[in-house]
Design a protein around this ligand. Sequence first.
Ligand code: HEC
Length: 131
Amino acid sequence: MNKTLRGLLVAGVPAALGILFGVGVIMYGIQAGHKSEEASAKEDQKQKQTQASSTASGGGSEMKGFVSQNCATCHGQDLKGAFGPSLIKAGQSLSEEELVNILKNGKGSSMPKGLASGKEAEVAKYLKTLK
Ligand code: HEC
């Protein structure tokens, strides 16, 4: 082997490896970028699906939030009754019409009317689902 060839090999092999390695890292980076884009696209889809299903089921979780914001102060955090009676029992023993009627007109002197602000039917339906 002559000296120049040896010199080329000694300098060239690591250089070639270095280039290969560099390209590999770049390719890997591009692929990883692709993957995370795909992943976030999937996340988007998932979110859309959950949104769609919560509207389809009559916004059960939305009603849960609404009721715990507007009713739980008097009827208790778990709606099992506090200052006002248990809404779980009320949902079981009263009809949807009776519930709507109470929400629209209030009851006695302490159950204020109009708290469901137009969502009486939805709230009544939700109360009927409580167990
Ligand atoms: C300011 C306190 C207060 C808030 C807020 C409140 N309630 Fe009441 N609620 C009462 C009281 C007190 C009674 C019992 C009234 C009576 O029987 O004289 C009652 C009674 C009821 C009843 C009848 C229960 C039964 O067994 O006869 C229903 C149904 C009801 N509330 C639903 C709701 C819903 C739904 C909300 C939220 C939109 C709500 N209430 C918010 C105080 C409250």
